[in-house]
Design a protein around this ligand. Structure first.
Ligand code: DX5
Ligand code: ZN
Length: 215
């Protein structure tokens, strides 16, 4: 399977939004990665549901919503209504007994569900859920900000997860997010990643060329 590219609009140039979105639509990228930050789960605030609604009007790209919030059960509803296709929440944000009910709610709404782990969280915690999620997101930087350097341990985590998923007979995708550029993308592809998120690397140059260079 060829890799899916998901540019993170956190790094979009908001002084030139319309033309950036046009360029993104024509770039060949399959997904739009949309980072939601609440200022509590992470020390930064990004955007709410109205911007996602506007982006849905401006772009047909698949909306990959990454919730970095303390209350993902509440915000999953908000962002599903706003047009998300996939909702990914953090393992660290929820008590374990609330994880599967939230997956169920997301699936009941006809959407895909993902779970993410921070750099300090082991892939072992995902073992009970290998057949419950559509996507597993490995954070290769501490969530909260674009433009950080890739943590090399992420490639090992991708390889571990690839093996775990295969052994469980799951068809879930593996996504990586943070510090992705041409070099780190190649390492992640070798390790078995399916979806590459890239923010600053994509939006600080010609978007089409940047997307192509990640494949
Ligand atoms: C970080 C976000 C990322 C961010 C990645 O918390 O989850 O999606 O946009 O940005 P880069 O690619 O610049 O590291
Ligand atoms: Zn993200």
């Amino acid at each position: 399977m060829s890799v899916i590219i998901a540019p993170s609009v956190l790094s979009l140039d908001y002084s030139d939004t319309a033309s950036q979105l046009k360029e993104l639509n024509a770039s060949g990228a399959e997904w739009m990665h949309y980072d939601v930050m609440d200022g509590c789960f992470v020390p930064n605030i990004s955007f709410g549901p109205d911007i996602l609604k506007a982006f849905c009007r401006a772009s047909d790209l698949y909306k990959d919503v990454h919730l970095m919030v303390q209350d993902p059960s509440y915000y999953a509803d908000v962002f599903m209504k706003a047009g998300a296709d996939l909702i990914t929440f953090h393992y660290e944000a929820l008590e374990p007994q609330k994880i599967l009910p939230l997956v169920q709610k997301i699936h009941d709404n006809g959407k895909k569900a993902g779970i993410s782990i921070k750099p300090g969280t082991s892939t072992e915690v995902l073992k009970p859920y290998l057949n419950d999620f559509d996507l597993f997101l490995i954070m290769s930087v501490e969530p909260g900000f674009g433009g950080q350097s890739f943590h090399m341990e992420a490639t090992e985590k991708i390889a571990q997860l690839r093996k775990m998923i295969q052994e469980a007979g799951s068809t879930a995708l593996i996504e990586v997010d943070g510090g992705i550029n041409q070099e780190t993308a190649a390492l992640c592809r070798q390790a078995g990643v399916d979806v590459l998120v890239a923010g600053s690397y994509v939006f600080k140059r010609d978007i089409h060329k940047a997307v192509e260079s990640l494949r």
